[in-house]
Write a protein that binds this ligand. Structure first.
Ligand code: PGA
Length: 256
């Protein structure tokens, strides 16, 4: 049984006081969804503040990106060691905004994934197709390419502590959510690739999140799919009510 992971990607939003307020409210209300694992990924400058605000609550902390380098002359970058030093256990890697706005390749994502694993962080490795790729019938091919490229050299043992996220680029921040069937088709294919590349045990243990316009009103259906093990939430994660409503939907599915 895979525990659903409900992860909030705050992106470049909030300021120090609203980040603390949001984290505090989620921490206070975490008990509403005890059958789901909750995670917040604030801007990295607020990691320490958010960590404090979360206190002892059962809410994890993650970064949204990191460098593949351990230290040195890399102006503006943060290392895996810095992320763990601030108490974060997760890091989102290869988010479509990193891939498409900042030009990150599968090779970059792969180096970061290996660096995160070496530092003891759980990477949330994102994959997803563009609208034109879907319309050209290339979704499976694109996702397979990103899977192979982003996870090159990751061992079966390491893979058990990786989380995958399928985020169709056309669904991110657009309000156009993938249908539960579209999501399930890609998730099932990802699990098949895990079984082919690794083994059945790895395939059964890796959590595959869906991301892209997840909201309280579509969460139950998406999270109810066999191979959807949680959500990576952007816009709706900035409102505690919405984030927790999605988490409650995830917890309900876990109990069912
Ligand atoms: P969204 O973003 O929920 O605002 O569509 C999802 C994501 O980018 O992780």
């Amino acid at each position: 049984m895979r525990t659903p992971l409900i992860a909030g990607n705050w992106k470049m939003n909030t300021d120090s006081s609203s980040a603390v307020a949001l984290a505090s409210e989620i921490a206070q209300r975490a008990g509403e969804a005890t059958d789901a694992e909750l995670l917040v990924c604030p801007p990295s400058v607020y990691l320490a503040l958010v960590k404090d605000a979360l206190g002892e609550a059962a809410v994890g902390l993650g970064a949204q990106n990191m460098s593949c380098q351990p230290q040195g002359a890399y102006t503006g970058e943060i290392s895996a060691g810095m992320v763990t030093d601030l108490g974060a256990k997760y890091v989102i890697l290869g988010h479509s905004e990193r891939r498409h706005i900042f030009g990150e390749s599968d090779e970059n994502v792969n180096k970061k994934t290996l660096a995160a694993l070496a530092a003891g962080l759980t990477p949330i490795v994102c994959v997803g197709e563009l609208l034109e790729e879907r319309e050209a019938g290339k979704t499976a091919e694109v996702i397979r390419g990103q899977f192979d490229g982003s996870l090159a050299g990751v061992t079966a043992e390491q893979m058990k502590s990786v989380v995958l996220a399928y985020e169709p680029v056309w669904a991110i921040g657009t309000g156009k959510v993938a249908s539960p069937e579209q999501a399930e088709e890609v998730h099932a294919d990802l699990r098949k690739q895990l079984a082919e590349r690794y083994n059945g045990e790895v395939a059964e243990s890796v959590r595959i999140l869906y991301g892209g316009s997840v909201k309280p009103d579509n969460a139950s259906e998406l999270l109810g799919q066999t191979n959807v093990d949680g959500a990576l939430i952007g816009g709706a994660s900035l409102k505690a009510d919405d984030f927790l409503a999605i988490a409650v939907a995830g917890a309900a599915v876990a109990q069912a």
